[in-house]
Design a protein around this ligand. Structure first.
Ligand SMILES: NC(=O)c1ccc[n+]([C@@H]2O[C@H](COP(=O)([O-])OP(=O)(O)OC[C@H]3O[C@@H](n4cnc5c(N)ncnc54)[C@H](O)[C@@H]3O)[C@@H](O)[C@H]2O)c1
Ligand SMILES: [Zn+2]
Length: 402
């Protein structure tokens, strides 16, 4: 690994001194594979709750750029917010940030991914954040805390390239982006990388409390994709005693497949005292050592303290966006119980690398990760995909290109 970084640094320094010719004598500006069409389709959100399929020319690929043929992309909660309300004011925009595809054209300066792994035609890739201020950053630069504030493909303002998001046939990855060669993972696993990285980060945050251990009793509240992935990571780590809480029986049943030892349906319990007793009973008469809060409900945040033992810990990750205020009693809920709380938001580049290994590990112990993708739509049916996502009938909805 260190060798790779050294090589990269040498290459960058050499190029800064104008020595590019020695690194690539008389090389073609870029390498290409297969027949690349002149134009690419993109799904552009042009109005609230409306995508248009548009077609734009595929631009020249610069020495530091990559052209990717998109294979698929997950629909995220953030896409749902953009579709409904455009909170980031991006319309018109090509969305899609949970995407993956194959390199079909690569600039002559691009030789390695952000982890130092070789990168070439035919490799399958995902992107993480775009560091415009520091384009040579790799995952070994730990000064970046998390992705918050950085740009990502799929949430970029429209420009004259247009091929800016993964809801498309082609994406242009430009200099300054972080890109990973994940050729060893299948398509579904690659689509799940981004949401899984959120949970890898949350578990890393939880571990900083010193309370989460192999034999901990862990409660996971909320069994949407986020809570279910949380359970699968805990299980893959070797934590056996996991209680899942939700109100949807189908999701609770799936939580068991993902590694929960017991489930508690909050609809079976009247009031928070009875619900806490239900959680305690599921642990054989004990409260949880640690809790993960994976819903966007302020009431659920207030409730979760009642499931945790004195001296226990909590990771709150359910509020990617503002969901309103929660009312708790600081004396009973935090002080007198001496609860250690961490918040978690998005991920770091390092979490991405951990995620690739987690996905292989989860597969190795037989967890049904791919079952998280409950619906697949072609790009031409992107409006239907979003409507299905809003109805919350499935778990992860994905666009799969033909
Ligand atoms: N920290 C981050 O960086 C990050 C990243 C992505 C998503 N999120 C957040 O994670 C949350 C969950 O995401 P998701 O995609 O799984 O959402 P989701 O809506 O599919 O799942 C939430 C689940 O919580 C359950 N629930 C609701 N109220 C509950 C209660 N009082 N007690 C128990 N269960 C309850 C629902 O039945 C549902 O199954 C969202 O609010 C999202 O904003 C955070
Ligand atoms: Zn997302």
């Amino acid at each position: 690994m260190e060798m790779n970084i050294e090589e990269i640094v040498k290459q960058v320094l050499s190029e800064m001194q104008g020595n590019t010719s020695s690194a690539a004598p008389a090389a073609a500006p870029c390498k290409a594979s297969g027949t690349i069409p002149a134009t690419s389709k993109v799904a552009m959100l042009t109005a609230l709750e409306h995508y248009d399929i548009k077609e734009f020319p595929i631009p020249e690929i610069g020495d530091d750029d990559i052209l990717v043929k998109v294979e698929g992309c997950g629909v995220c909660g953030t896409d749902a917010h953009e579709f409904k309300r455009d909170p980031f004011g991006l319309i018109p925009v090509v969305l899609g940030h949970e995407g993956t595809g194959e390199i079909v054209k690569i600039g002559k300066n691009v030789k390695k991914d952000s982890a130092g792994k070789s990168l070439g035609l035919g490799d399958k890739v995902v992107t993480c954040m775009i560091f415009k201020d520091d384009p040579d950053i790799t995952m070994f630069d730990l000064n970046k805390q998390n992705v918050g504030g950085a740009d990502v493909y799929g949430l970029l303002p429209d420009d004259d390239v247009h091929l800016n998001g993964w809801f498309a046939d082609y994406l242009v990855i430009r200099k300054g982006s972080t890109v990973f060669n994940v050729s060893e993972l299948d398509l579904e696993s690659r689509i799940l990388i981004e949401p899984c990285a959120v949970l890898i980060h949350a578990v890393e945050r939880a571990k900083t409390t010193g309370i989460l251990r192999f034999n901990s009793r862990v409660v996971v509240q909320g069994c949407g994709p986020i809570g279910l992935i949380c359970i699968s990571i805990l299980k893959t780590m070797g934590i056996q005693n996991i209680v899942a809480v939700d109100g949807e029986q189908k999701r609770l049943d799936f939580a068991k497949e993902m590694g929960a030892s017991q489930t508690v349906n909050f609809k079976d319990h009247k009031g928070i005292e009875a619900l806490a007793e239900g959680v305690k009973a599921a642990f054989g008469g004990y409260l949880a050592d640690f809790a993960f809060q994976c819903t966007g409900s302020p009431i659920a945040h207030a409730n979760i303290y009642k499931f945790i033992r004195n001296g226990g810990g909590l990771c709150e990750l359910g509020f990617f966006i503002n969901g309103g205020d929660a009312t708790i009693n600081p004396h009973f809920d935090i002080c007198s119980k001496e609860i250690t709380i961490v918040g978690s938001w998005v991920y770091t580049l390092r979490d991405y690398a951990t995620t690739f290994e987690f996905l292989k590990g989860a597969q190795a112990i037989g967890l049904p990760m791919k079952k998280l993708i409950t619906h697949k739509f072609p790009l031409s049916e992107i409006n239907e995909a979003h409507v299905t996502n809003l109805k919350m009938e499935g778990l992860k909805i994905a666009i799969i290109n033909e």
